[in-house]
Design a binder for this molecule. Structure first.
Ligand SMILES: CC(C)(COP(=O)(O)OP(=O)(O)OC[C@H]1O[C@@H](n2cnc3c(N)ncnc32)[C@H](O)[C@@H]1OP(=O)(O)O)[C@@H](O)C(=O)NCCC(=O)NCCS
Length: 160
């Protein structure tokens, strides 16, 4: 198995593999049209990791407007990480970090001010990963997931 991986924007024809990874790695699944709409609207915020022509991971994000920042009378723009996953047999070789770094760079290019995400309170691997990129827990959302588990809302400042 090659150790080389490549991070690139997700293409329409990758969506089937992305959905398969999502179903294998996470209980939070979405309708195929949702993946496709996010890709069409935010192509620079949806990346895949490829090894020998096979998609082994993805990160899917969108941009959100977060209400008004009153002193400046300006809507605050922020990124939202909707989903990230790497196939189990390709983990622990930096792919998750590379996907996240790429998505955060694109958010900075869009001049977004911050990035948010939700993560299961039990998912210490993902929480560790996010902390490495400056994410901090801002609140706990009770019963966020369908099985009743709470989520942490995490946030990172993006301004460079
Ligand atoms: C979270 C996930 C995407 C990380 O992917 P990955 O390619 O293995 O990540 P990396 O190899 O880049 O590792 C990134 C960091 O994760 C953390 N990490 C990885 N494995 C870990 C473990 N067994 N225990 C604790 N932390 C761990 C470390 O902080 C690591 O950084 P380090 O290598 O500098 O120590 C992957 O574990 C995954 O797909 N999990 C299932 C889906 C999921 O939980 N997604 C997040 C939903 S919010």
């Amino acid at each position: 198995m090659s150790n080389e991986y490549r991070i690139r924007e997700c293409r329409r024809e990758d969506i089937r593999e992305v959905i398969a990874i999502n179903r294998r790695c996470l209980p939070e699944n979405y309708a195929p049209i949702f993946f496709e709409e996010i890709r069409e609207k935010y192509p620079d915020l949806f990346y895949v990791a490829e090894v020998d022509g096979k998609i082994v991971g993805y990160i899917m994000c969108r941009e959100e407007t977060a209400g008004f920042d009153l002193p400046r009378l300006k809507a605050k723009r922020r990124g939202h990480i909707i989903s990230i996953a790497v196939l189990p047999e390709y983990r622990n070789r930096g792919i998750g970090k590379s996907l996240l770094a790429k998505a955060l760079d694109s958010m900075r290019e869009r001049r977004l001010e911050e990035c948010i995400l939700e993560v299961r309170v039990s998912n210490s691997i993902a929480i560790n990963l996010y902390r490495k990129f400056g994410f901090e827990i801002v609140s706990q959302i009770p019963f966020y997931y369908l099985d009743g588990e709470d989520a942490y809302l995490m946030k990172a400042k993006l301004a460079s």
